[in-house]
Ligand binder design. Structure first.
Ligand SMILES: *[C@@H]1O[C@H](CO)[C@@H](O)[C@H](O)[C@H]1NC(C)=O
Ligand SMILES: [Fe+2]
Length: 388
């Protein structure tokens, strides 16, 4: 019997999708798919891996297969390992604007998480971006499995693009010396696809909407100083962007570079010092972080000061972790901090056209359509003051 599936999908290049799933038995790493329910004229074969942890835990067979080429904005029906009992479907992202991202960090698997997932599911979106801290398994590996089952209804239907948080590290000196063992095995990202492969599962980038939006997924827990592989890769990645063709560039990172919450104060500062200038030089439009279990939105900032050519910084680490909210703030509120509140919720970034994107924050305490905070983000590529 195929005991657990935990299906999730992630975008690969501009017209492919990676399907990842887990079976208890030896089962083929085959995804069969097509555009009509119950009919699977296409198939793709991938690879299978597994891992053990602390001698006590052995994962199921973790399969992944890349399907495509796929048409944009199209619903595909699929099944995994030829199991006829469960049919899944996903919709491919659009190849042009508008494009809607859900952004949510520090998701966990609590009652708060369930509420967040319900709110996310209550309105359509094209892709979910998760800036780290997924399962809060915290060394107890079966929690990765329960997390996989919890997010499956959403993560099997829309691409979920993640980067790592500190809760993914799970390294135990001497006993489990390899960091990110479970995360890397279960949440493989497209680090080897596209024009700018990073070679590391801990940071990567990709384009959506036919190249209208470039998304940079940074790694707070990989080397980031000048001279490191990540720093070199980021420099090349940003240099390759043609802002005439890519009006929006956003970045995600786990530990926030700007934060006026007392929780995790200063933890992102070293990375900010190492990389902030690169992002400003590339006119990155917005940076989304997690780690702090609250919501905060900053104005455009650079070097700690308001700067009309710097990114908008948002902390969206309020997905539903098991540690509770971070509700103590530094007073007075810095001038650069526009809105801050410790409530669970999620954010949405609707890139509506080549100049305008609408960012909204949705609290779990409200019905999904209620917007607790919002701001129009205009592309820095279209701001002449930033491009002379
Ligand atoms: C882009 O969207 C904004 C917000 O809806 C609108 O004001 C603007 O006119 C649009 N630009 C174009 C070129 O359609
Ligand atoms: Fe964290």
């Amino acid at each position: 019997c195929l005991l657990y599936f935990q299906v999730h999908i992630s975008t690969v290049g501009h017209d492919e999708m990676r399907v990842t799933w887990i079976t208890e038995d030896d089962a083929p790493a085959v995804v069969e798919y097509g555009m009509t329910s119950g009919q699977y004229p296409f198939s793709a074969t991938g690879t299978t891996t597994s891992y053990s942890y602390l001698a006590l835990y052995r994962s199921g067979n973790i399969h992944d297969a890349v399907v495509g080429p796929l048409k944009p904005s199209t619903t595909y029906y699929y099944r995994c390992s030829s199991d006829p009992s469960r049919e899944f479907s996903f919709r491919t992202p659009p190849a042009s604007l508008p494009f809607t991202f859900v952004v949510v960090g520090d998701l966990g698997q609590t009652g708060w998480t369930k509420s967040t997932l319900q709110h996310i599911a209550a309105a359509d979106y094209d892709m979910l971006l998760l800036p780290g801290d997924l399962s809060y398994a915290d060394f107890l590996q079966p929690r990765w499995d329960s997390y996989g089952r919890l997010v499956e209804p959403l993560a099997s239907a829309r691409p979920w693009m993640v980067t790592e948080g500190n809760h993914e590290i799970e390294r135990i000196p001497l006993l489990e010396p390899r960091a990110f063992k479970a995360y890397n095995a279960r949440w493989r990202v497209p680090y080897d696809a596209g024009d700018s492969p990073s070679g590391s599962n801990l940071y990567y980038s990709f384009d959506v909407a036919g190249g209208m939006v470039h998304v940079v997924m940074l790694g707070s827990y990989a080397g980031f100083e000048a001279g490191t592989a990540q720093h070199e890769w980021l420099r090349g990645d940003l240099a390759r962007i043609d802002r005439g063709r890519t009006p929006f560039v956003v970045a995600l990172v786990h530990a926030p570079w700007y934060n006026s919450n007392k929780a995790h104060q200063g933890e992102g500062d070293d990375m900010r010092d190492a990389m902030e200038a690169l992002l400003r030089a590339a006119r990155v439009d917005a940076v989304f972080a997690g780690h702090v279990h609250a919501y905060e939105r900053f104005t455009r900032v650079y070097g700690g000061m308001e700067d009309q050519c710097g990114p908008v910084y948002v902390t969206i680490g309020d997905g539903g972790n098991r540690e509770g909210l971070a509700d103590e703030y530094i007073d007075p509120q810095p001038k650069t901090s526009v809105f801050r509140e410790a409530s669970f919720g999620h954010g949405r970034l609707q890139v509506v056209n080549a100049t305008h994107a609408l960012w909204t924050w949705h609290r779990n305490d409200d019905d999904q359509p209620v917007v607790a905070d919002q701001v129009w983000i205009t592309s820095l590529a279209s701001n002449p003051d930033c491009n002379n």
